[in-house]
Write a protein that binds this ligand. Structure first.
Ligand SMILES: O=C(O)COP(=O)(O)O
Ligand SMILES: [Mg+2]
Length: 219
């Protein structure tokens, strides 16, 4: 059984404005001023605890408050809508085409599981994915291979393509021994040539051909 596993933030959707809004709500509750979008975007990728740690450092706040601020930000995340999150162009059409062709699909994200599922429901993407693994679903976060190998195990997939937007996704795929397609329009921090990948795309209308070239027939 062949499957395509997707990262979420910066890959399927441009969700940084919602992440920025959640961070700024947390900061406002702490009497701090807001952070701009590029700054918050640069903190995304390693999951919520790391995001909060980076915000605390950037704002010279008290690291002793870390656990409380992670819990606060998670609560804000859990109650937030996805109003500012946008699907990347042609993404929906690509998933529809892949599903119709018979490929199985899943999500492997460092975003916490609850907010990830909310986001997928709000954007009507949930029906595409058989398995969703979030940053708090297993004992390790990407780039540890465990989240991705857990997805593969739960799907019962024999062949997989991982699709993501960041260095972390590239390392995850490498660590799990899975071929990787890099989406160049997300939140990566380095140039694409410095990020290990087997396939590169800038528009979702390129991904179907990549998937068939890597996986062949869906069954
Ligand atoms: O929430 C994050 O830090 C990153 O999420 P992602 O793994 O979907 O890119
Ligand atoms: Mg990402």
């Amino acid at each position: 059984m062949k499957a395509i596993v997707f990262d979420l933030d910066g890959t399927l959707v441009d969700s940084a404005p919602d992440i920025q809004a959640a961070v700024n709500t947390m900061l406002a509750n702490e009497g701090q001023g807001p952070l701009d979008l590029p700054t918050v975007t640069s903190f995304v990728g390693n999951g919520l605890p790391k995001l909060v740690e980076r915000v605390i450092r950037h704002c010279a706040m008290d690291m002793a408050q870390f656990d409380r601020l992670v819990a606060d930000t998670l609560m804000i995340y859990n109650t937030a809508t996805s109003d500012l999150t946008r699907p990347y162009p042609n993404m929906m059409a690509c998933l529809t085409r892949l599903k119709a062709a018979g490929y199985r699909m899943a999500v492997c994200t460092n975003k916490p599981y609850g907010p990830a599922v909310h986001l997928l429901l709000n954007l009507k993407l949930d029906d595409f994915f058989e398995v969703v693994i979030g940053g708090d679903s297993t004992d390790a976060r990407k780039p540890d291979p465990l989240p991705l190998t857990t997805v593969i195990e739960q799907l019962g997939a024999t062949q997989v393509l991982y699709v993501g937007d960041s260095e972390i996704d590239a390392d995850t795929a490498l660590n799990a021994g899975v071929p990787f397609a890099l989406f160049s329009q997300g939140y990566r921090k380095r140039p694409v040539y410095e990020i290990a990948h087997q396939h590169l795309f800038s528009d979702f209308d390129q991904l179907f051909d990549i998937a068939t070239s890597v996986l062949g027939d869906p069954t």
